[in-house]
Design a binder for this molecule. Structure first.
Ligand code: HXC
Ligand code: NAP
Length: 293
């Protein structure tokens, strides 16, 4: 996202909010962080790589004038997540929103996966989200306040499933179930829980692992998308802003798809008829109407 990219949001949309975003130093997490900072939030970014986090924090603070706290935390380790919470509270005195964005994924035929490979993805995506949700959720319940929000980044194959990314599909389906379950259970604690299901948004992390080598040309993702293009980071950042902000105060338990219509196109049995030209339709219509005689 470019630093001066415009947002539909008012400049104080996130004023004084403290937001923790896992995987906030790269890709979509970084783009969301940049938007949150532009709109007045203080943000803690976490992942496993200190150098990446510190560089991102400095660049984002310089670009936006906002406050960014980089904290190394492997979301698979519940103890590290507890330390993360302690560091955020020590620095900012509060936490208002948690964005569970960290993920691990790669393409592979499922029969080629070791038990450890499957477990690794489940541990990062599902258990990482669970660990953060439990630690921050328990803290919020013990220290009641208004306006707490959780936002989970899932994906559209959470409900369709997908071959060749099966551990990720299983884990993201779990994240979706967690989202909808806690939206009901924790609403009485003033916690809203929502999710975003993105279609393809170019990031180095995803593209290196999901479209390596010539796959990026062989399987042009744009052809799968009715709108004929990939997602743009500011579009997702604005949606995330809305869902964690008080402006979406009556939205709870929702998963918002932002994929240009990709998954519906994949689901509709006759969507391949996109390929038929107008002249062919004229001929086909005559043939089909002709069957009445
Ligand atoms: C088969 C593989 C493999 C591969 C790793 N493994 N890569 N198996 N094919 N390509 C196996 C290893 O051999 C090992 O099993 C086990 O997985 C763990 O591997 P490690 O390298 O030790 O794990 P770790 O260092 O924790 O790294 C995790 C990782 C890595 C997921 C493998 O890619 C990573 O750090 N990813 C983080 C960022 C990321 O994935 N971003 C993309 C998100 S995109 P054995 O049995 O050998 O010990 C996304 C988009 C979804 O989610 C939707 C798109 C439209
Ligand atoms: P990305 O840049 O690779 O983001 C993943 C982040 O997770 C990285 O910052 C990574 O940092 C962090 N991470 C991985 N394992 C971790 C762990 N154990 N503990 C803490 N942090 C960890 O890829 P992205 O495309 O921006 O993905 C962001 C989110 O969007 C993910 O949830 C992904 O599933 C979702 N999504 C992306 C797309 C897309 O097209 N890009 C589509 C659908 C959904 P470290 O490796 O340094 O720890």
């Amino acid at each position: 996202m470019t630093p001066n990219a415009t947002s539909m949001m008012r400049p104080d949309a996130l004023k004084d909010r403290v937001i923790v975003i896992t995987g906030g130093g790269t890709g979509l997490g970084r783009s969301m962080t940049e938007r949150f900072l532009h709109l007045g939030a203080r943000v803690c970014i976490t992942s496993r790589k200190q150098d990446v986090l510190e560089a991102a924090a400095k660049e984002l603070a310089d670009a936006t004038g906002g406050q960014v706290l980089p904290v190394v935390c492997d979301v698979r380790d519940h103890g590290q997540v507890e330390q993360l919470l302690a560091k955020v509270v020590e620095r900012y005195g509060q936490v208002d929103s948690l964005v569970n964005n960290a993920a691990g994924n790669f393409i592979s035929p499922t029969e080629r996966l070791s038990h450890k490979a499957f477990q690794t993805i489940i541990d990062i995506v599902l258990m990482g989200t669970v660990n953060c949700t439990l630690v921050f959720g328990k803290h919020w319940i013990a220290h009641p306040a208004e306006g707490r929000t959780m936002l989970n980044i899932t994906t559209t194959y959470a409900w369709t499933g997908s071959g060749y990314v099966v551990p990720s599909a299983c884990a993201k389906a779990g994240v979706l179930a967690l989202t909808r379950s806690l939206a009901v259970e924790w609403a009485r604690h003033g916690i809203r829980t929502n999710a975003i299901a993105p279609g393809p948004f170019p990031t180095k992390g995803a593209w290196d692992r999901l479209l390596p080598g010539d796959l990026v040309e062989r399987f042009d993702m744009r052809k799968r998308i009715p709108l004929g293009r990939l997602g743009e980071h500011p579009e997702l950042a604005d949606l995330a802003t809305y869902l964690i902000s008080p402006f979406s105060g009556f939205i709870n338990g929702e998963v918002v798809t932002i994929d240009g219509g990709e998954w519906l196109k994949g689901g509709g049995e006759f969507n391949m008829l996109d390929a038929v030209s107008t002249e062919q339709w004229d001929m086909l219509e005559r043939m089909v109407r002709g069957t009445r005689r």
